[in-house]
Design a protein around this ligand. Sequence first.
Ligand code: BG6
Length: 483
Amino acid sequence: MVARVIPVDPFDLVVFGATGDLALRKIMPALCCRFADGQMPTDARVIGAARGEMTTGAYRAEVAQALDAVLTGPDTPSAQTRRDFLDRLDYITLDARGEEGWPALRDTLRPDPVRSFYFAVAPSLFGALAERLDRWSLITPQTRIVAEKPFGHDQASARALNAALAQHFTEAQIYRIDHYLGKETVQNLMAVRFANILFEPLWNARFIDHVQITVAETVGVGGRGDYYAQTGAMRDMVQNHLMQLLCLIAMEPPHRFDPDAMRDEKLKVIRALDPLAPGDIVRGQYSGGRDTPSFADETGEAGENTESYVALRAGIANWRWKGTPFYLRTGKRLSRRVSEIAVTFRDPPHSIFGEGAPWRENVLVIRLQPDEGMDLRVMIKEPGPGGMRLKDVALDMSFAEALGDDLHIPDAYERLIMDVIRGNQTLFMRSDEVEAAWAWVDPVIAGFGRLEDAPVAYAPGSDGPDQATELLRRDGRQWREIR
Ligand code: BG6
């Protein structure tokens, strides 16, 4: 199935932090793929800006290398297409806190097209960049900025960042990225919930026993040890990615699929979350393996009390969800790379097949990665004679199988960057949403110094610490295997 591509309006996109990991590994490959698909109009331009002295030629060579490293699959852009994309790239040496480079940037930008500035830099530079964009009169009505996570490290810093940006931009010009919202299956979750009647009558505490949200990674923190020591999984993954998934599962149907209607409903979920008690959360740190360093090796003393794994039990205090726990877990160096949401339904009120009949609950699994798809476990009769024997089977739909072999599932950044150019904020976070998410995690993180919730060790390649298993066992439940 070939995707329908609608070219966006002509644009100038400036990427601050152009030589950083995010720009090279995510933003440039995403743009190259959109270019290859014909979504970037012929007169679109991309301008990399960073502090390093470099010619445009040298920058193009660096991006070319990054494209070769990232775009390796069979359906990736051809060598000629990559060269054509690179021809659109410019580079400007620019000091975010000084004056160098700003006149050159001003002279490069065209007055009319959509003008986007991507802040692929540390949040400590957001304020300075915003201020200089204004001072150099680079902000037009067609201007948007893209702010990468982490958006602050607590509610107070997020609020300060929002205030600093609000001095120069309207909320409608600010695109706060959480790349999980750009994942194809996450958007599909909204289609499944709100384009079908099937699930909605059952989508509440009366029929749903519990929900598990898992984002498991096999990688460790690697070269990001310093960042991770200060951040931990709670700030890096839970406050944003996992909470966004929880919101999409738990929100009320918005009256329209439009930015504010969506974000109003997500915000209500965050505000209805019960405060987390210390016993509702387990933190872990991976130990060293035969060939892999431990979390402690990678983060040093600064990471002593920081977690690479979190499991927690969240409750939502509203009519729809009171009594249905949401279990969230995420960690690095686990057995598999799996992101999924599993919705477990309650048992039927009475079994007509007798007490001894084998029984499995209905579970709807939404797989984000790998092998995007959905799987609904239902009970059926085992075929053939021999009485009424029940068995649970999976109604399994892999999107790749269902929608055709040539289905290309775009990277989240491809979708999100094009949404910025189109001016569609539906999949971006609003200021109040980010602040509310911090408000929920802040008190928990503030309590992390206590001995009883110090991170516990787990073996690399495992499914996490035993204490996380216990968190569910005490509720009479168990985690799904990470597979
Ligand atoms: C990022 C986190 O936001 O998401 C990383 O900072 C994490 O620590 C990454 O590895 C996971 O994203 P994905 O798309 O690979 O699941």
